[in-house]
Design a protein around this ligand. Structure first.
Ligand SMILES: [Zn+2]
Length: 398
């Protein structure tokens, strides 16, 4: 049994504890307190960590680790469909998804203090590497098909591929649809039916072009679908926003992770909130891809549960969730730092189905804890943590 003493403890479920103790045993949290109360018996080693804050490992609710080889290779754009077209062109040149960049992205994410990820894959190339990694999370096997002829068959063969993978307790694996402009209504419905009670990550409301596409079936996404030869004249624009559209296909519920939501009006945010869905914001990626600036203050004001993701290295400089938090803070100066930290921990964990294991410092949960060095003179530790932390300050407690 080890008892860590630190200048600050951030349990997340409650206010920061000044000069506190976290006791861990066999990989689990046993106690957190502001007193050095000794447990009744047993071997207890106390480690004084000094001027650090202990907090739960972070939750990066949206990544695409298999795209890590594209780091710095898809230039920023002011139009998301144009950005996606250059990503697709680059991807077409490559045979498979190289392992080495995925491995280094995983260790980079972990080094930045991330314990749990919601990772999207089109190829399952990440599966073995994730299983062997220190990370836990959900692996979302993402399906596309705007002109999918046999949606049931697409879903059936995807499920068969997932079922053939080796088992590991720390991972949820499930199928998800990509986005309203890349998935047919029948494929959406088939995925909704097959996914059961697992979390459902979908890119929605990302770019203004998507809103136009759903309203009128026009614009840059339509043009791209035509260029790719997958546009279908049978597709009728639903004439509504993406949240309403997902509702019509049975996908609006508490299991939904609505990724981006950059363009969602208040009414659609409130609908997400009313069913207990999660909005996953990735503001640095939105800036890179030309999707727009996410209205982070409106996200929080709507009451929706907000989680945070970095997105892939094709649209962000690094997988440092503390840097993402720093950017969120700049876009939302009036949201309390505590709420932003909840988004990067407990809300992401709950959205991904890991609320019983990760996201807070509470007895019984996994001791996936990080310690961050605090410069002298910091009084508001929560505000400090959303100021953009560099990796050198972060250590994992084993
Ligand atoms: Zn994404």
């Amino acid at each position: 049994m080890i008892r860590y003493r630190a200048a600050w403890i951030l349990p997340i479920v409650s206010a920061p504890v000044r000069t506190g103790f976290v006791t861990v045993d066999d990989g689990r949290i046993v106690a957190v307190s502001d007193r050095a109360a000794l447990p009744p018996s047993g071997n207890l080693e106390t480690i004084d960590l000094g001027n650090v804050v202990i907090l739960p490992g972070l939750v990066n609710a949206h990544t695409h680790l298999e795209l890590s080889w594209m780091r710095g290779r898809v230039p920023p754009s002011n139009s998301m469909p144009a950005w996606a077209a250059s990503l697709m062109a680059l991807r077409a040149e490559q045979q498979g998804e190289p392992r080495a960049p995925i491995e280094s992205a995983i260790s980079e994410a972990h080094g930045f203090g991330t314990a749990v990820v919601g990772d999207v894959t089109n190829t399952l190339a990440v599966d073995q590497l994730l299983r062997e990694s220190p990370l836990a999370g959900a692996m979302f096997y993402e399906l596309l098909g705007f002109d999918a002829k046999e949606p049931q068959q697409v879903v059936g063969s995807a499920l068969a591929r997932l079922n053939a993978l080796a088992d590991r307790r720390e991972w949820i694996r499930t199928i998800v649809p990509h986005a309203p402009y890349s998935v047919s209504p029948d494929l959406f419905r088939a995925i909704a039916k097959a996914a059961g009670d697992r979390p459902m990550s979908i890119h929605i409301g990302e770019s203004p072009d998507e809103m136009e596409f759903l309203r009128d079936a026009t614009g840059a996404w339509r043009e791209l679908l035509e260029q790719l030869g997958v546009w279908s004249d049978r597709w009728e624009p639903p004439g509504c926003g993406p949240v309403e559209y997902l509702d019509r296909m049975g996908l609006l519920n508490e299991r939904l992770l609505a990724v981006h939501g950059t363009q969602l009006p208040d009414g659609e945010l409130v609908r997400l909130a009313s069913v207990g869905a999660t909005l996953v914001t990735c503001p640095r990626s939105n800036r890179w891809t030309g999707a727009g600036t996410p209205p982070i203050e409106r996200f929080y004001a709507s009451g929706v549960r907000v989680a945070i993701g970095t997105d892939s290295l094709a649209s962000v400089e690094d997988l440092n969730l503390f840097q993402e938090l720093g950017y969120v803070r700049r876009l939302a100066p009036h949201v309390p730092a505590r709420q932003l930290l909840e988004s990067a921990t407990v809300h992401g964990a709950a959205a991904l189905g890991f609320q019983h294991e990760f996201g807070t410092i509470e007895p019984g949960k996994r001791a996936a804890l990080i310690a961050l060095r605090i410069p002298p003179g910091v009084e508001d530790v929560e505000e400090y943590l959303v100021s953009g932390i560099e990796p050198e300050a972060i250590t994992w407690l084993d």
